[in-house]
Design a protein around this ligand. Structure first.
Ligand code: GDP
Ligand code: IMO
Ligand code: MG
Length: 426
């Protein structure tokens, strides 16, 4: 029963969308497992660039059935406009299903996200302000509203009224913010619900039926494992589990049904928002990588921080997630560099740290222990097989394989759908 997990091995934006789209060509189903509209997954095709937030990145493959799993938190307005936008561009969304168990992100979650960030002042997390944190908090504290509630107006009315009332007390009492009105929100939700109603099903049944029938199912994660709520750089993390284990949970797939875990890693590091990044490049090399990699957020437009490949963090995510194969993306971005650094440890004063510590204060003033490899100074963007890559690029791939303990199966050499090397292709 073959399920393949596609997950980010760093701090998100590793190119999961592009890989999911490519591998979906040989799959029948793509299930999005976690996160919400904080995600931005880019798929660049001949018919233009698609920036997906909630819709699984298999949607551009007409034969693929796409599923939004129970682990996702859904901002209904965003989802409906995303689906409408795809339909306007001629994309068939009729095969979409949405979990009746998925939780909703509501306007008060977004407002609380903003207010809590403001209150943290210089310690702000740098969230995407999409309300994900407060929505997952409500899920965990059992205050959440779910997609199934939308289908029954009277149930929605009752539950929503309680939550709006409770949140208004917090907004006014803690933040001095004006209250949110119940009725317009209720009516808007009812209207939006009509658009998704035919898609709402118990997706865990759909996914299990597909697996039992021997179909190829891809589970697509959002974010990256260094943003994981348990093993990421807490508190500078997202509020879900963008991990292989989280993928199972969010998609409704059992661990024993997973055949492979593809860890998507950029050939260097990026991160948006706050939190430690010892291998960060604050110089012109960092800027060069930002410009060549077009490292600005898909939805937020925020510049991404850039740095050398952090093998300490990457090794941790590879091990904890049982990565069976690596997709090393954006190596073309490094084409012009004379030498390329890999961070093999963090130095703090006299101490050397070779794991990601729980207490981030331990990383204050940390500098990276770097190993430099020679660059290849050659355009790789037209390569379609490993044999077409320069020897120094192959040596870089091998260095990453050694550190992560898994083989590189895919290599990204440009943003286009076709700019992907599959190792099995000679
Ligand atoms: P995701 O969130 O993991 O799906 O990644 P994003 O779409 O947020 O960010 C990845 C960015 O890199 C997008 O702009 C992609 O079009 C682009 N991209 C993906 N793979 C490659 C690659 O191999 N080379 C280059 N140059 N760009 C890539
Ligand atoms: P994709 O799926 C990169 C980051 C935010 C912030 C932290 C918490 O495109 O890889 P949140 O809004 O989730 O509460 O923000 O997590 N973050 C991402 N960074 N890519 C993402 O998604 C991200 N989703 C959240 O920048 O640091
Ligand atoms: Mg992204």
């Amino acid at each position: 029963m073959p399920a393949t997990i596609i997950m980010g091995g760093q701090w998100g934006d590793e190119g999961k969308g592009k890989l999911t789209d490519a591998l979906a060509a040989n799959a029948t189903m793509v299930v999005r497992a976690n996160g919400g509209s904080n995600a931005g997954h880019t798929v660049q095709t001949r018919n233009g660039t698609f920036k997906l937030r909630l819709v699984p990145s298999g949607i551009l493959n007409p034969h693929v059935r796409c599923v939004i799993g129970a682990g996702v938190v859904i901002d209904l307005g965003t989802l409906v406009s995303e689906l409408r936008g795809l339909q306007d561009r001629g994309i068939d969304t009729s095969g979409m299903t949405i979990s009746d168990r998925a939780h909703l992100v509501l306007p008060f979650h977004k407002r609380l996200d903003e207010l809590e960030e403001k209150r943290r002042e210089q310690d702000e997390i740098g969230t995407t302000l999409n309300g994900n944190g407060p929505a997952y908090a409500d899920k965990a504290s059992r205050h959440g509203l779910r997609v199934c509630d939308l289908l029954r107006p009277e149930i929605l009315r009752r539950k929503l009224a309680i939550e709006v009332d409770a949140k208004n007390q917090t907004l006014a009492g803690v933040f001095g913010d004006p209250p949110l009105e119940f009725q317009p929100l209720y009516e808007e939700l009812l209207e939006l619900t009509e658009f998704i109603r035919p898609m709402v099903v118990p997706t865990e049944v759909v996914v299990q039926d597909a697996l039992q029938a021997g179909e190829q199912v891809i589970v697509e994660c959002a974010q990256g494992a260094m943003l994981d709520i348990d093993y990421g750089t807490y508190p500078y993390v997202t509020s879900s589990s963008p991990t292989a284990a989280g993928a199972c949970q969010g998609a409704g797939v059992a661990p024993s049904q997973v055949e492979s875990v593809i860890g998507v890693y950029k050939a260097y590091s990026t991160r948006v928002g706050g939190g430690p990044m010892p291998a960060e490049l604050l110089d012109e090399t960092g800027e060069l990588i930002r410009v060549r990699g077009r490292e600005w957020g898909v939805n937020t437009g925020r510049p991404r921080r850039t740095g050398w490949f952090d093998a300490v963090a990457a090794r941790q995510t590879s091990r904890l997630n049982g990565v069976t194969g690596i997709a090393l993306t954006l190596i073309d971005v490094l084409d012009v560099l004379e030498e390329i650094g890999i961070c093999d440890g963090y130095r703090v004063g006299e101490r050397s740290i070779s794991h990601v510590p729980a207490l981030l204060d331990e990383l204050d003033g940390a500098t990276p222990a770097l190993t430099f490899m020679p660059g290849w100074s050659e355009d790789t963007s037209a390569a379609r097989s490993l044999a077409e890559l320069p020897p120094n690029a192959l040596a870089y791939l091998a260095a990453i394989e050694t550190r992560l303990g898994a083989p590189v199966q895919y290599v990204g050499v440009g943003p286009d759908r076709e700019q992907l090397i599959d190792r099995r292709q000679k």
